[in-house]
Design a protein around this ligand. Structure first.
Ligand SMILES: *[C@@H]1O[C@H](CO)[C@@H](O)[C@H](O)[C@H]1NC(C)=O
Ligand SMILES: *[C@@H]1O[C@H](CO)[C@@H](O)[C@H](O)[C@H]1NC(C)=O
Ligand SMILES: *[C@@H]1O[C@H](CO)[C@@H](O)[C@H](O)[C@H]1NC(C)=O
Ligand SMILES: *[C@@H]1O[C@H](CO)[C@@H](O)[C@H](O)[C@H]1NC(C)=O
Ligand SMILES: *[C@@H]1O[C@H](CO)[C@@H](O)[C@H](O)[C@H]1NC(C)=O
Ligand SMILES: *[C@@H]1O[C@H](CO)[C@@H](O)[C@H](O)[C@H]1NC(C)=O
Ligand SMILES: *[C@@H]1O[C@H](CO)[C@@H](O)[C@H](O)[C@H]1NC(C)=O
Ligand SMILES: *[C@@H]1O[C@H](CO)[C@@H](O)[C@H](O)[C@H]1NC(C)=O
Ligand SMILES: *[C@@H]1O[C@H](CO)[C@@H](O)[C@H](O)[C@H]1NC(C)=O
Ligand SMILES: *[C@@H]1O[C@H](CO)[C@@H](O)[C@H](O)[C@H]1NC(C)=O
Ligand SMILES: *[C@@H]1O[C@H](CO)[C@@H](O)[C@H](O)[C@H]1NC(C)=O
Ligand SMILES: *[C@@H]1O[C@H](CO)[C@@H](O)[C@H](O)[C@H]1NC(C)=O
Length: 830
């Protein structure tokens, strides 16, 4: 999802106001990163620690919803503090918000305004008047931070409370260590919360204290942050309090309380809680309270997490942490991160420092989610023998750039996630669209998983079997999404029957075959059509000749919601929703764009979103036919009008950098044979919307959708999902190498003539940045607008992108513009 349900209201207030809030991370964080980049640039070392260049705080302000917590790549555990107010990922920089506690599970870059996870919070405190005086409930224990001291880096998170207690954490996939440093001479107390999570969704649970072993186990049921409240997921935790016998408990007990009644009570020596769902409504407040003997300055606590059982949570802590030290676990995490980050290496000497920081911070988040919950499965997935990932949040966000970036260097990980998508079909009948908290979340554009598995099939079909993917099974899963009408398409599948019957998703149709919220007919038609293109691509790959014809036809259904009669700002023809009788039901193409004056208009999943589009305007979605832009140009009146309309789209402010349907639009100029205009536009987009501050994302990261579109912009590439085509732009680094260790190839891209002065919002006169020629392994390419994955990143070698300051010289593609179905493009797969 691109935004919170309240996004349009929030956007009106503050989304475009970048540096409104003073940064909370310690100023030392940016100093440390800048020094590391400067040092690496001067010392031409082969042993680079890439984690030093990562700023995990990018996207923790301005509704970026990034989790800066301690995590390993794709970690199920992400330790972060949870703050009050709007904080879907737990942490936010806003210094006026208070800390609720430190907790082991979070998502990153998801816009649910409710927040997600945040279960099993622990809050350190000093209680000068003893056990019965500790503040226990959420509202009473919340505290401000010590301002400007927050610190974090890959594998490490730290925050200090305003009373001087420092909290630190580091993690493995399913476990981790917490370290608390108390003011000298104070007795350490801790509240461990059983019931509260960020979305306040507790549906019953239990807790047991074993004082001998110094172990607290707990578990329960909670609800999804972005899905039907009817469903619950289970989660379990195991807290080991004694640091392998080095620490001793003083007091322990359980507590309960009610914030509304300002009442709390702790039972010294009691060890068991068993709570049901609060049927009358509201949040239970309950948990454990314990203290340590001997006023230790430092307390170490080990935490294990599981989605299966408390036993498994404890076993995970034993096997993944054991008695390893905080420093050991941190070093292990850092090593795992370096393995991921070094898949793309750059010329550190000549790359502008901001670009190095933005790129590695983006690559970091590109491996932060989804959360690898393999062997931690529940519900229909219990005991599956396939890999399992939680938080596919959502496929509508990630199919465009996240998985195509992964396909460049990590086919093994990509295959695991694809297997997980197929397993969704095996267990539930359709592939997941938006899995949130292990539960099916709300469908956005249809079954975008089709495009994700399609991209895998197109790029790695030669290796699919070796990577554990049966392409026939993959194709069956796609066909189920495309053909089988689910009883309800709010969470899985598409409104397939009526879409097939009418050639578009009709507005106001009597559909007795499937239930769902009847909104977003325009954008659903456009997304369904592109999903059909993905099916068509795999049909082509598997020689399913009849299916190729069927799905090629269906991929052109986007045309059926094009209404040539609609005019806006002098441009003719827009996508519109359409009634079953074929007539269009008009809404203003400006509605739900950033220029919409009605800040109360509903634009997301709400039942009263009547514009026909999801989190977008018709101005924005009318560009969406990535597989057939050539025909879109014709619909819009030819190249000249198309180019004028593109310029107007940006100049008039209809473009929304933080919204996925807008991702490819800045590169639209390529299709009208003006690639140098795309280069100008992408520079402007990057330096208007992204930077290295906590507010440095144009909104929600959407599980690194934003991170990966930025990474592609910096590398001068853009993928066409479900194809092997990459559009070529102007890299903002002088040289980079992409390693694909599975294929055992490396590809070095050199920007010949690179001028660092061009790396800014407006390319200054005389700075080389426009693509003059593209050479692959010594062969000058006939076109400078596109490349094929099979000719480049699958074979490795040397790519030279020569740039010039002469824009006119570079402002045409040469032999061919990028492909489109209607002009004979994508005729075969490689
Ligand atoms: C860095 O060192 C490598 C060998 O270690 C060498 O090939 C390369 O030219 C050096 N680069 C610079 C910019 O000095
Ligand atoms: C931190 O800054 C915020 C906002 O200026 C302020 O409200 C809060 O009191 C400060 N906290 C401390 C511990 O000084
Ligand atoms: C909690 O109580 C319920 C109902 O009394 C009981 O069925 C369940 O076994 C108990 N669970 C635990 C872990 O004590
Ligand atoms: C940690 O555990 C391992 C295996 O259980 C043991 O061999 C080792 O001595 C322990 N180390 C410490 C520091 O306790
Ligand atoms: C999963 O396996 C465990 C252990 O073998 C078993 O107790 C449990 O019932 C299984 N669950 C399902 C849903 O098959
Ligand atoms: C997920 O976890 C499993 C089990 O540890 C591991 O085999 C797999 O490589 C992990 N996958 C990724 C993408 O991290
Ligand atoms: C599809 O047909 C081509 C050309 O005849 C052949 O090379 C390829 O192996 C076939 N693929 C499959 C999956 O049958
Ligand atoms: C495409 O499908 C429509 C019906 O959905 C049909 O009228 C048309 O003939 C088909 N076109 C082709 C080229 O198959
Ligand atoms: C078609 O349906 C729309 C929406 O229900 C309605 O407003 C319009 O009058 C209908 N047109 C015809 C020609 O029946
Ligand atoms: C929004 O308000 C401004 C200022 O009143 C006006 O110029 C503009 O035309 C309005 N836009 C729309 C789409 O109504
Ligand atoms: C647009 O330009 C491209 C590339 O020059 C050309 O192939 C195409 O025919 C033009 N399209 C139209 C509708 O003029
Ligand atoms: C680079 O970063 C510095 C410091 O954050 C900032 O002042 C400058 O504007 C940035 N430059 C670009 C091109 O983003």
């Amino acid at each position: 999802m691109a935004a919170t349900l309240a996004f349009w209201v929030l956007a009106a207030i503050s989304c475009w106001n970048f540096h409104a809030v003073s940064a909370q991370p310690s100023p030392e964080v940016q100093k440390r990163i800048s020094a590391a980049i400067a040092n690496a640039a001067h010392h031409n070392s082969t042993d680079v620690d890439y984690t030093q260049f990562v700023n995990v705080f990018i996207g923790t302000d301005n509704f970026g919803d990034v989790c800066p917590g301690a995590s390993v790549p794709f970690g199920m555990v992400k330790f972060s503090t949870d703050l009050t107010g709007y904080a879907p990922a737990g942490y936010v920089t806003d210094p006026t918000q208070k800390i609720r506690g430190l907790s082991p599970m979070h998502d990153s870059g998801t816009g649910s305004s409710l927040g997600t996870y945040g279960n099993f919070e622990i809050m350190p405190m000093v209680c000068p008047h003893g056990f019965n005086s500790c503040p226990l409930t959420l509202a009473s224990r919340e505290r401000f931070r010590k301002n400007n001291t927050d610190d974090a880096s890959p594998g490490y998170f730290s925050q200090t409370l305003d009373n001087g207690i420092k909290m630190e954490a580091t993690s493995t996939r399913r476990a981790g260590l917490e370290r608390f440093t108390f003011p000298k001479g104070s007795k350490p107390y801790f509240v461990l919360d059983l019931a509260n999570d960020l979305p306040a969704s507790f549906a019953g649970g239990h807790m047991d204290i074993d004082p001998e072993q110094g172990r607290i186990t707990m578990g329960g049921l909670w609800g999804s942050s972005f899905g039907p409240s009817l469903y619950n997921y289970q989660a379990f935790a195991c807290y080991d309090l004694l640091d392998g016998g080095k620490q001793k408990l003083s007091e322990w007990g359980v507590w309960t309380g009610m914030t509304s009644e300002d009442f709390q009570t702790a039972g010294l020596g009691l060890t068991h809680l068993n709570l049901t769902r609060n049927l009358i409504g509201g949040v239970y407040e309950s948990g454990a309270l314990f203290s340590y003997e001997g006023n230790p300055e430092q307390v170490n606590i080990r935490v294990g997490i599981s989605f299966v059982s408390t036993d498994q949570a404890c076993a995970n802590a034993e096997s993944e942490v054991g008695n390893a030290s905080f420093e050991d676990i941190m070093a292990q995490s850092k090593a795992l991160w370096n393995e991921k980050l070094s898949k793309i290496e750059i010329d550190l000497k000549d790359t502008p420092a901001n670009v190095t920081e933005m790129l590695y911070s983006s690559l970091y988040r590109a491996s932060l989610t989804p959360n690898n919950a393999t062997d931690e499965t529940q519900g229909p997935f219990a005991n599956t023998t396939h890999p399992y990932f939680d938080s596919l949040y959502c496929s509508w966000d990630t199919f465009r750039t996240f998985y195509p970036l992964m396909s460049l260097h990590s086919p093994v990980e990509f295959a695991q996630i694809v297997d997980n998508y197929i397993d969704g079909w095996r267990k539930l009948g359709w592939m997941p669209e938006c899995r949130a908290n292990n539960l099916p979340g709300w469908t956005q554009g249809g079954s975008s998983g089709d495009v994700i598995v399609g991209h895998f099939a197109i790029t790695y079909h030669n290796e699919a079997a070796a990577l554990g993917i049966d392409l026939d099974e993959l194709y069956s899963a796609m066909l189920a999404d495309a053909e089988i009408n689910p009883p309800e398409w709010n969470t899985l599948g598409r409104q397939a029957d009526v879409y097939k019957q009418y050639g578009y998703v009709p507005f106001g149709v009597l559909d007795t075959s499937s239930t769902g919220r009847q909104t977003r007919e325009g954008s659903r038609t456009l997304e369904y059509a592109f999903e059909d293109f993905a099916v068509r691509q795999v049909a082509l790959l598997l020689n399913k000749t009849e299916d190729v014809a069927t799905y090629t036809n269906r991929s052109l259904f986007y045309r059926n919601v094009w209404d040539p009669s609609v005019t806006s700002d002098g441009f003719h023809g827009f996508m519109q929703k359409r009634a079953p009788n074929g007539s269009f039901v008009h809404t203003n193409p400006v509605d739900c764009s950033p220029k919409d004056n009605d800040t109360n208009r509903e634009c997301s999943l709400q039942g009263d979103n009547v514009v026909g589009f999801y989190e977008s305007s018709s101005w924005e979605y009318s560009w969406f036919a990535p597989h057939d832009t050539a025909h879109l140009i014709e619909l819009m009146g030819g190249n000249a009008t198309f180019l004028k309309r593109l310029d107007h789209f940006f100049d008039a402010g209809y473009y929304l950098a933080g919204n996925e349907p807008s991702f490819q639009t800045p590169i639209g100029y390529h299709y009208a044979n003006k690639p140098a205009d795309s280069v100008d536009r992408v520079r402007d987009v990057v330096f208007t919307n992204f930077d290295t501050t906590p507010a440095g994302l144009p909104g929600n990261d959407d599980q690194a959708a934003m991170a990966t579109v930025l990474a592609f912009h910096l590398l001068g590439l853009y993928p066409v999902p479900s194809t092997s085509q990459f559009l070529v732009l102007s890299p903002m680094v002088p040289q980079y190498t992409i390693h694909n260790s599975y294929l055992n190839v490396s590809t070095t891209v050199t920007t010949k003539g690179f001028d660092a002065r061009s790396v800014q919002r407006t390319i200054p006169k005389g700075a080389a940045a426009y693509v003059k020629s593209v050479t692959v392994n010594g062969v000058v390419q006939p076109t400078r607008c596109h490349l094929d994955f099979y000719d480049v990143f699958r074979v490795g070698g040397e790519v030279v992108i020569e740039v010039t300051a002469d824009k006119n010289e570079a402002n045409s593609c040469g032999a061919s513009v990028p492909e489109s179905v209607s002009t004979g493009g994508f005729a075969s797969v490689r």
